[in-house]
Design a protein around this ligand. Sequence first.
Ligand SMILES: Cc1cc2nc3c(=O)[nH]c(=O)nc-3n(C[C@H](O)[C@H](O)[C@H](O)COP(=O)(O)OP(=O)(O)OC[C@H]3O[C@@H](n4cnc5c(N)ncnc54)[C@H](O)[C@@H]3O)c2cc1C
Length: 572
Amino acid sequence: MIEVKKHDLVIVGAGAAGLRAAIAAAEADPSASIALVSKVYPMRSHTVSAEGGAAAVAREDDSQEMHGYDTVKGSDFLGDQDVIEYFVEEAPKELTRLEHWGCPWSRNNDGSVATRAFGGMTTKRTWFAADKVGFHILHSLFQHSLQFENIVRYDENFVTKLLVEDGAVRGVSSLSIREGVVRCILGRAVILGAGGAGKCFPFTTNGMIKTGDGMALAYRAGVALKDMEFVQYHPTGLPGTGILITEASRGEGGYLRNSLGERFLVDYDYGVGAKAELGPRDMISRAIMGEIAAGRALKGPYGQYVHLDLTHVGESAIDSKLPFVRELGRTYVGVDPVHEMIPIRPVVHYMMGGVDTDITSATSLPGLYAAGEVACASLNGANRLGSNSLTECLVFGARAGTTALDYANGTDDCNEARMRTQVADEIERLDGLRGRQKGGERISQIRNEMNLTMERGCGVYRDQDSMTQTVREMGQLRGRVSDLGLQDSSKVFNTELIAALELHNMVDVAESVAMAAQQRKESRGAHACSDFPHRNDQEYLHHSLIHWDVGGPRFGKKPVNLGTWEPEERKY
Ligand SMILES: Cc1cc2nc3c(=O)[nH]c(=O)nc-3n(C[C@H](O)[C@H](O)[C@H](O)COP(=O)(O)OP(=O)(O)OC[C@H]3O[C@@H](n4cnc5c(N)ncnc54)[C@H](O)[C@@H]3O)c2cc1C
């Protein structure tokens, strides 16, 4: 008999967005039962690895208007301005609240909250706790969540399907990884806080678990994925591993240097203007590619790279504000940044796109909400500013928690028998996958092919020929992924089965990225198209949507919510 767990609200994901949603709902209605389902233990969510900081207006020389404008401009005018205005207003409240829950923000000598400079931000507005911000944020949220008895955790539970009945979501089908049991977890509303999808690419800062599961779940349930072509390359990843060297290292005064030792962001016009190292990520990543193309990069075992120079910043500043950068440099590339320069190159970091939501975090499927990196509200448009993402998880996680709960409270229970039938079908599907040795395809082979074609077609620079080829290859991989051959038939901790489910999710998400990219015949934000080097507002000032359809993905559009700020040329 299939086990059924009944709750009012189900939240998929226990990173910053999922935990913040759970706390908001638990506070709003102490009698509501909230399921928090996560494929890893909450503290292992990718949020934990965030280093640099979270943005919110804190200083007298700053204003919400300035934070809003920086975000709109950073987004290359594709961000929805109502969403951005709501975000900048809520941001300081959320970060202050987090302090009350225990987050140890770094301080100035006078006791006020310390803020640091970040790319594309006019003034210092990034709050930090040394360079271990994600750890402290996640820890504060997790600890705070433990006091609510109405939050019921399902750790190491992998959600494989959204249960939909009569046009509304009713819960999830979830595989307990450690027991091997599939359960039906019912809720009258579901929030996705399942994070991003960087692992679609071969070279990324993202943890192994960032496989786009939440995007794929919503997509297959009929919700469009929005603005998927915008993939953020962070300029400073360690060659070889892709481990991130935080933008805070530039915020604290670091320089980028080419093989001639020149600060190339200052010496050449790469669009970053006087901001130089404090320019936005998309432009700095392109500048590094420009140095590589001009033969002014260095060559190493993992390809070409440039240098991040912190040697002038000083040992005490590095040890107090960037201790993790020193640790990472020493451990992973044998470089002590106090004395030597760190090799770096652009690396896939963040998905601006995601599940299409409105300002209340609602999707087009009644009862389904999404927040955090899995969602696209859209705050980030065509390019996210560093440090806006952690704050976004808090602001829209909280909003999703309360709006979803309101919806759940106004909705009747579903037909349990029909939900059991859906879960029974899922059990059959998973049983069919486990240990199915007759399948012709290997997980690693498809993953490698997907990674390569995505890097080739959807890199820092794209062109029509390579994007078209990637769309074609991703279509073929989508066909092949249904013919996987798995060796492991065990039920408990069957990591091969999990890898297969994740691969399936990544293939669907990656295909949507390539399709959306191919459709956008202009350059905007992170989408730099060599054949169409300019922004074209007349034809492309719209969000792109990819819908799942029988036979393959289908393309659509959605208008951008403009408002206070008129589109203008993006110059720094
Ligand atoms: C190395 C690194 C450094 C960063 N630094 C910064 C920074 O300094 N400032 C900033 O603003 N942003 C930063 N970012 C981005 C930011 O950290 C993330 O966008 C943000 O933390 C995402 O949070 P989230 O809650 O949306 O998802 P995550 O923290 O990724 O959590 C996702 C959750 O979903 C669960 N989940 C996923 N799939 C399933 C499934 N199938 N079933 C059940 N559960 C599932 C996972 O278990 C996890 O709990 C950084 C990102 C990286 C990779």
